[in-house]
Structure formats: structure tokens, C-alpha cells
Design a protein. Sequence first.
Length: 190
Amino acid sequence: MGKEIPVDLAHCIDFHGHLCPGLTIGYLASKIGMKKMKWSRADDEELVCIVMSDGCAIDAVQYMTGCTIGKGNLIFQDYGKMVFIFLKRNRGSFATGIRLSFQAPSNMKRMRKTKHVTKEKVACSLLKSPVERLFTIRKLKDYPLPVRAKIFSSRKCALCGELTMEPRLMISEGKLLCQECAPEGYSRGW
């Protein structure tokens, strides 16, 4: 890898486990989004990131932005697209932000077809590409904001005894069951 790897990307690699094109795309999207919007890493839920693919890019987004599933400010929409939406909470239910859509450069497509080209080499080539060739970038105004993360009470499942978030419990024959234990077709309890 060597000197061409920025320090913050090296931290993403440590977090993720290896360098690959997906991690690099998430890194670049986060870096560009945060820079263009003049934001710093999230401590709480002040920033929100919506990702539309469940690949390696998400790990870089988490590391770079501070948005995580656990805090409720990293939202996964399973659209299978390398699209990243970065939002900042304002007052009310709307946000300002930026949307980045990855556009694979032609040399990346050629490199993938070439034998003996490693994923690390493809990732490093992305780092050298001009931003405007990698992403379609659009500012967002008055984007509908997802609600803040909610904390729910937990109750024990009547079969396995494991604590389960109340809204995820199912009713089966008058008993509250977790989704693992409930037979298919039963409705939610709450």
C-alpha cells in the first residue's frame, strides 16, 4: 500500500480489515460529503447518513462520519446502489444535505477485467481519480428527515426467555414471542 494511503483511510482499513474498492468509495464519499457541507464527525445524532448498498463502503462511512446503526443515524436502504446521502438535522422534520452517486470510471471497469490486478490496486486508482469523475453530487434542501432513534422497553419471550424489544414481539396463542420463536403468520403484539 505504501505512502499513497491517507492516514484516515488507513484507520478505515484497520476498522474494516482490508483495502478494497468498496471501502475506498465509502471513504471518498464521506470525505467529499463532509467537506462540501463543512461538517465534522458526529458525536450523537446531529448527522444522518443514508446508504443504499450493504457493501464494504458502509464501514468507511461509519468510521469517517460517526454515523452508526447503533446510534440510529446510519440508515440502510436496500436499493443496491452506491448512493450516499449525508444530512444535518435542522429544526423540524426536514434537513439539508448532499447526495453522492458513485459512477465507476472507465479505467476501473478495464482494470477489473485484467488478470492479476488486485483489489488494492483498483482501490488506489480510485484515490487518484478526480472527484467529478467518481460521483454525481447534488445538494439537498428540505429533505424529509428520519425520526431520531427510539428506545423501547424489553420483555421476555414466553418460549426462549430472551429479552426482546416490545415492538418486535409477536402474539401467539396469547403469549408474547420473539420473532425467532413465533410461528409464521402471527401479528405483532403492540
